[in-house]
Design a protein around this ligand. Structure first.
Ligand code: DGT
Ligand code: MG
Ligand code: MG
Ligand code: MG
Ligand code: MG
Length: 268
């Protein structure tokens, strides 16, 4: 086929192929969610409807796109890890990132009502995206540990802060003052001695965030079958199905990785 004289403009496209052998991480973060949370009356400090919707949208990304082996989310962010051997979209960073961002954003709007019910969505939310490559299993684990540590630090702070305000009667300015310079141990102590709250038994979803992975599990369903004699009967059929499962445990230590050895690929 003859090429048009305009064809040359293709050469202006830049190559953004992700380096081979590296895990490709796409992290999304809600745009201006400080304001979005206020306007949609998110519960402080953590709103289970908002977290549930984030997780539902991330699940849609994993189910609709190829090669995401693990995703981790907290607050208004979610990270998606593509297998290091993935050749999806020829590993083009812009394609991967925009597919993740658009699938996530449209799902967030699509499933809004399932989580927020009568609370209307007041304007179309947006998410920024970035791509980061990690060449080793250690680097990838440290990345995920970094995000979970961030979740912990923010959640501990926010839990004490809002407890001081909501249960302790402090103003937000007083609570901020009270927490200035305190360490994690001090914050745990305030919760425990002043409010009888043991931080470690607070919601795991809030303390640890959400990890999504693919897992094979047996699922049993009843199926109606027709016997040779013409009679119908219900029989139990068990199938092993691969599904996205949510975890709210620690991913910094060894245990999670020992229990799920398929997520990381060999460092070669
Ligand atoms: P950005 O990301 O630079 O466009 O700006 P923001 O405002 O999205 O800032 P970011 O991402 O650093 O912080 C997330 C904001 O979202 C933070 O202000 C708290 C809010 N947020 C996230 N989840 C919840 C929630 O469950 N409840 C409430 N009340 N706020 C939340
Ligand atoms: Mg930000
Ligand atoms: Mg944000
Ligand atoms: Mg954020
Ligand atoms: Mg097209």
């Amino acid at each position: 086929m003859a090429k048009s004289k305009f064809e040359y403009v293709r050469n202006f496209e830049t190559d953004d192929t992700c380096l081979r052998n590296c895990y490709i991480v796409v992290r999304l973060d809600g745009r201006n969610f400080h304001k979005f949370a206020e306007q949609h009356k998110f519960i402080k400090p953590s709103d289970n409807r908002a977290l549930g919707l984030m997780t539902r949208s991330a699940r849609s990304v994993m189910e609709e796109l190829e090669d995401v082996s693990i995703a981790y989310g907290q607050s208004d962010e979610f990270s998606f890890v593509f297998k290091r051997t993935s050749t999806w979209f020829k590993r083009r960073a812009s394609k991967l990132m925009t597919h993740v961002a658009s699938q996530f954003s449209s799902s967030y709007v699509f499933y809004w009502k399932e989580f927020f019910g009568e609370q209307p969505l007041l304007y179309p939310p947006g998410f920024d995206g970035r791509v980061v490559l990690y060449p080793s299993n250690r680097n990838l684990r440290d990345y995920l540990s970094w995000r979970q540590a961030d979740c912990h630090i923010n959640n501990l702070y926010n839990t004490v802060f809002w407890t001081l305000v909501q249960k302790g009667g402090l103003t937000t300015a007083q609570a901020e003052d009270r927490l200035k310079g305190t360490l994690a141990a001090d914050k745990n102590e305030i919760l425990f001695s002043e409010f009888d709250i043991n931080y470690n038994t607070e919601s795991a979803l809030h303390r640890k965030g959400t990890t999504l992975i693919w897992e094979k599990r047996d699922e049993t369903a009843t199926k109606r079958v027709k016997r040779p004699n013409g009679e119908e009967e219900d029989v139990a059929v068990t199938r092993s199905r691969r599904r996205v499962h949510a975890h709210h445990g620690d991913i910094i230590g060894e245990q999670f990785w020992e229990e799920h050895p398929d997520i990381l690929e060999d460092d070669a």
